[in-house]
Design a protein around this ligand. Sequence first.
Ligand code: MTE
Ligand code: HPA
Ligand code: MOS
Length: 751
Amino acid sequence: MKNIDSTSHLSGKSIFIDDMPEIQGTLFASVVTSPIAHGKLLSIDFSEAETLPGILRIFTYRDIPGENQIGGIIPDEPLFAEEELHFVGQPVALIVGKSDFICQQAKQLVTFDMDILHPVTTATEAFERNQFISPPRTFKMGDAESAWKDCAHVFEGTAESGGQEHLYLETQGAYAIPMEKGKLKIYASTQGPTAIQKQTARVLGIPMNQIEVDVNRLGGGFGGKEDQATPWAVMVALAAHHLKKPVKMILSRHDDMYMTGKRHPYTTHFKIGLSKENKILAYEANYLQNAGAAADLSPAITERTLFHCTNSYFIPNVKATVHSCKTNLPPNTAFRGFGAPQGMFAIECAIHLASKELNVSVEEIQKINLLKEGDVFPYGQKAQNVMLDNSWHLADKQWNIAKLQEDINQYNAQHSLKKKGFSIFPITFGVSFTNTVMNHARALVHIYQDGSVGISTGAVEMGQSVNTKMMQVAAGVFSIDMHKINIESTNTTRVANTSPSAASSTADLNGKAVQMACNALLSRLKKVAAKLVSGNEEALDIKNEEVFFNKKPTGITWKELVKTAFLQRISLSESSHYATPEIHFDKSAEKGHPFAYHVYGLVLTTVLTDCLRGTYEIEDVKIVHDFGKSMNQEIDLGQVEGALMQGIGWMTMEEIAYDKNGILLSNALSTYKVPDLYSAPKSVEIIPLENESDNLAILKSKAVGEPPFNYGIGAYFAIQQAIKAFNPDYSMAFNAPMTPEKVLMGLYEQT
Ligand code: MTE
Ligand code: HPA
Ligand code: MOS
C-alpha cells in the first residue's frame, strides 16, 4: 500500500495550517524577539508600532492570566521574556493586527533599551563557568578507572559534532479560534498536541478541557515540532483568548530558522583502552552538550546519548557522563536520533583513533568488539535478537567487502589527484521513549452503520506515513478494503493525554492500540455472525468483507453484518489503551530495561574526493537494515533513504554558524547548505535483514523513523579515509561536519 497521502501531496491538495480556509475576522500575529543573546531588558518602546494602522494589540508577559511558563521538563522557559534576555530570537511580545504584512512592519518599529551582558555560545565555555541545565548523569558498567592498567593501549581524543536545522518544509504555525464559553480550538503543526493543550491551559490559567487541539498533518517535524511547536500555538491562543477573535500565525522561514532550536552540538572527550588483541576493555566519555538557554527536551536527550554511548559494541568497562550546558543560544531540541547520533559518533571516533595509532584496520577492531547475543548494555539491558554479525555476513556475501576495499586501493594507487575512501559503520538503536511513563497510546475506532470505519489515535502524520500504517493495521484486522477506512485528524478531544509522536514509536504504540480496539470490535461482530449462522464463533472468519463459516463463504457481507449488529443495539465503537509491557528503568541506579527492542544495521559508504578542490561525492551507500518483518517495504525504504540523506547532511555539509554574539549567521538557505539531488549518493542499495523474532513491534515491523539517520555517520569516516589516502600527515581531527573547506585543509595539512 502506498502512502495514502501521496496523490494529494503531489497534486497540492493536502491541507496544511496555512491552507485552511480562514474564518471571517481572522487576525494575524508576529513575534517580537530579543535582538541580543544575553542582557537585561530595561524597557521596550512599542509606541510607533502600536499606532501603525491595522495593529490592534501588542501582548507581553503582563497579559498572561496564568503562568508565564512553558517549560515541559524543567520550568525554566517563560513564554515571553520578563527582565532578562537569554538568546537572540527569544520571544518578548506578540503583535496582533489585521494582516501578516502589517504585523511584520510593526515589528521593525519596536525599540529596546537593554544592558548587554556577556553571551556564552559554546558548551565548553558554559562548562568552565559551571552553567548547567540540569545535574550531570553518568552511566557505569564494570570499573573503567581500574581497567586502564590492564589495557595494552590507551588513547584519548575529542569528537565535535555540530547542530542541525530541521528544515521541515512547513514552518511552525498555529491557528486559534475562540469558541463559546471561553473555550478555544487550536489547529497546530505539532508532534505534541497534548503539550500544546497542557501549556496553553497553564499560560491562560484555564483547565485542559477548555482547549481542543487538532492536527491534520505536518509538512515534516523531524523532532523540531515535538516541543517547539508549542510557544507559537500558546501565543495565538493567548491573543484569541483576549481578543475573542481567531488568530493565526505562520513563521516565515527566516524567523523559524533564527528563533527555533536545533540539534545539539556536542563536544566529547573520550578515552579508549584496548588489549593486545584489540579487544576494547574500557571506554570513558565526557559529553558536553550545548543545550541553549532553556531545558526544552535536553535532559531527555542527554539520556539517549548515554544509552547509545557504546553503539554496536560490547565494552566491559564503561563510564559515560553527560553535562547539559546552558548557553545563550535558542534552546536546542529533539532532532531525529535524539542525542543518540552524537553518542554513536564519539565511540566511532575513538575506534578510528585507535585504528590510526595502532595501524590496524578499523574493520578489525569493529569486528571483534561487535555486540553479541546476551551481552549487557551499560544500562543493564540484555541484548536480544542481535543482528550485527548476520548484518555483517549478509553485507559481505552480497557485496564482498574485501573486494570493495581492494578496488578502492587500486583506484587510489592509479589516481594522484582523486582519492576514494571507504567506511563500515554498524548501528544499534533502542526503541521506546527513554522515559518509561511516556510509552502508552490510545485509539478510538468507530464502525459506522454503513460499514465504513473511522479511526482516531494520538499519532501525528508528519510524512513518516503513520496514517497509512494505522490504516493497514485496521484493514488487516477487519479484512476490509482500505477505502472503507478513514484516519481522522489527531485531536485531543477524541484521544486524550497523548505522548508526542516521536521516539520512532508512534506506529508501535498507536498501532497496538488500533489493533486492540479493532480486535474487540471484531469479536463483537463475530458473536452477531455466530447467531446469524447458528454456529460457533470460533469457526467464523471475516475475509475480504465477507463472513466465512468453517472456511466456507456464507454470503453475509461485512456491511450486512455491521447493520445487523447496529439493529441489535450492539456498540460499534471501541476505545483502547496500550502501554508497552516489560520496560522499566531505575534512574537512581541508571539500570533497567528501557527499550522494547533494538534495531540493528550496517552501512558501507564509498566516497570520491577531488584532492585539488576538497570537494567530494558520496559514490555509493550499501545498507543492510533490520526492519524486522516490514509491514510496508516501500514506506520503510523511504524512511531509510530520507534518514540516510539527513544523516549525511548533518555529517558533511550542514553547518550551523553563530557569531560570538550569538547571532545566527547561517540563517537562510543561501548560507545553510542542505543536501540536494547532486549531493545524494550516486547509488543507494538497501537490503532487508528479514527476521521475525519475537518483539514488541507492531506486526513485528520494527520502528524505522530514526535508526537509519545514523547511517549518515559512515560518510564522515569514508571522507577521512580518502583524505588519509592523499595526505599521510593528515591529523584526523574529529570535527563534524566534514565540509569541503575542512577536507581541503586536511588534504594539505602538515604535521
Ligand atoms: N519522516 C518524515 N517524512 N517526516 C518527519 O518529520 N520525523 C522523524 C521520522 N521520520 C519524520 C520522518 C522522526 S524524528 C521520528 S521520531 C519519527 O519519524 C516519528 O514517527 P514514527 O514514530 O511514526 O516513526
Ligand atoms: N525520544 C524522542 N523523543 C522523546 C524521548 C525519546 O526517547 N523522550 C521524550 N521525548
Ligand atoms: Mo523524533 S527526534 O523522536 O521526533
